[in-house]
Design a protein around this ligand. Structure first.
Ligand SMILES: [Zn+2]
Length: 146
């Protein structure tokens, strides 16, 4: 699908984007970053403003901020972290749940995940992670505990 560089943004979309990036300063500076690769529970960040965020790996993989994944989500009308309901297959194939082989810091501003499906294009900046934190909590429903 070609967008030719022109993007039509609906009012709701623009409002969502604005709401998503209202956090700055200590709110987007991590104090502690914990990636549970072996346990597989996900990524936890304690921010300097005292808030703690947690995301599981499946959510993070589906929220990949790279251009390709972003465009795919836009085309399918999905929010970061949202996945398309899978069509019923007669013979369901086993799919390994998303997990990172490796996680590395990129400068002082982001993390790069090397996912077990081979994808590694997304740079998860602190800014992005903090600003999608509330959506992740809302979607998983049980991670609102502070
Ligand atoms: Zn991606």
């Amino acid at each position: 699908m070609s967008h030719d560089g022109i993007k039509f943004v609906s009012k709701e979309e623009a409002e969502r984007a604005a709401a998503r990036s209202h956090l700055t300063g200590d709110a987007v500076r991590p104090a502690k970053v914990r990636v549970d690769k072996t346990g597989g529970t996900g990524l936890t960040i304690e921010w300097r403003d005292g808030h703690t965020s947690h995301w599981n790996f499946a959510w993070l993989r589906a929220a990949c901020p790279c251009a390709t994944c972003h465009e795919t989500r836009e085309a399918e009308g999905l929010e970061p972290g949202e996945t398309k309901p899978k069509p019923q297959a007669l013979l369901p194939m086993y799919e390994a749940p998303p997990r990172p082989f490796d996680v590395e810091p990129v400068g002082k501003y982001a993390l790069r995940f090397r996912w077990n499906d081979g994808h590694e294009a997304g740079l998860y900046s602190w800014d992005y992670l903090r600003n999608v934190c509330d959506e992740a909590a809302a979607q998983s429903g049980r991670e609102n505990a502070r």
